[in-house]
Design a protein. Sequence first.
Length: 488
Amino acid sequence: MLKQFLNLKLSQKLSPQQIQLMKLIQLPTQAFEQRLLEEMNENPALEAGKEDDEFEKDEFENEEFDDYDEAESERIEAEDINIDEYLSNDEIPDYKTQTNNYSDDDENRETPFAAPVSFHQDLINQLNTFILNDQEREIAEFLVGSIDDMGYIRRSIPDMVDDMAFTQGIYTDEKMVEKMMQVIHELEPSGVGARDLQECLLLQLKHKTPTEYVDLATDIIFNQFDAFTKKHYDKLIQKYSVSTEQLKKAVHEIEKLNPKPGGAFTGNNKITENVVPDFAIRIVDGELELTLNGRNAPSLHVSKDYQEMMQTYKDSRNKSAQQKDAVQFIKQKLDSAKWFIDAIRQRQETLFVTMNAIMHYQEEFFLEGDETKLRPMILKDIADQVGLDISTISRVANSKYVETPYGTKLIKEFFSESMKNDQGEDVSTLEIKKILQNTIEEEDKKKPLPDDQLADILKEKGYPIARRTIAKYREQLDIPVARMRKKM
């Protein structure tokens, strides 16, 4: 039996321009600069510079904005732009491909990076110091290629034997691969090529100068690794008939080892992320002052050449079909340039008003730097204040950094849920986490506090938190359980 239904559905579609604006808002400073360069390369009608170049911007020049009008956020539309808007008799500077947002006395913020040898290439270079035949070298190089960024080979020897045969045409056996593993274990940093943590620590102890405590540490790792990782120190003292001080010195030898030998290599091929703050907050005469990084506010204008071409076309009496095609191209580029300039301005306004609202919402923290003064704050709180959508606030918070007197912070770190204290007041979960962290730092490391005792302590401080919540916050803070925090 067939039935017909009438279903009314209300939906809202974003225009391509609105989508592009959202993408621009989401970009942090460095990515925005790259996007700007791409747009200028693609659109010859868009040029850098400004009409009056009497002064230059500091990187954190104070951007002043009028009160943000929510209705203005919709002003970018797909409608045609009047050509006359582009026609001007004003002189525009000739420079087209350069921007300068810095003054002469600006600090040089560029960080030079060396071009180091990669981690794996360094290991290959070390292999050249060993006398190996062709087959041995091929196997050794394959093993180096199997080492992960932390310095481990996490594949079984039979698997690697099969892989070499099928993918490299290297036919060998497990005995030969094991022999080459011993060569890999002689490379630096010590411990590289280990198949698990236990072997990694043993390889490093093997390269240390033998002493009473190094020998004891080696025996513990080789024969009592499970008891050591679980910090059953009483069991180890009884097993080896040593004093607490002797065991403490042996454990100290182990603690000096590196569980991730690959990660310690300063010349590895990992990319170093250089964070550029999108905002700066300073305290001036006891008041907070917010600035937007000047690199987010480039000076742009529409090409004078393209304006003149459009004027020439308008003045022409005989307009050929070829001219009409050309002017359609010119108009499209002019429209695009005009839209992009407006979009950048909207981006500036959106970033500024959003961060300004966050700054005033968390004013007590920004004035004092005390993380326990952070108020509960969710995206809706800021969205309601500035009259923007929650998704827009999220785009600003998730990807932007702010430079404060207390360090450079990711903006989304200022957002948190609220919980009730014993007075019925709303307090930030960030505040509770900070108090939990301070409590753990002050505990007796010989007798670390389990989660139930931590819950009791926080309850005494006025924060009635359940044990399972303590465990969740502790894990979020990357703090291990009490047993693993125990020290001798």
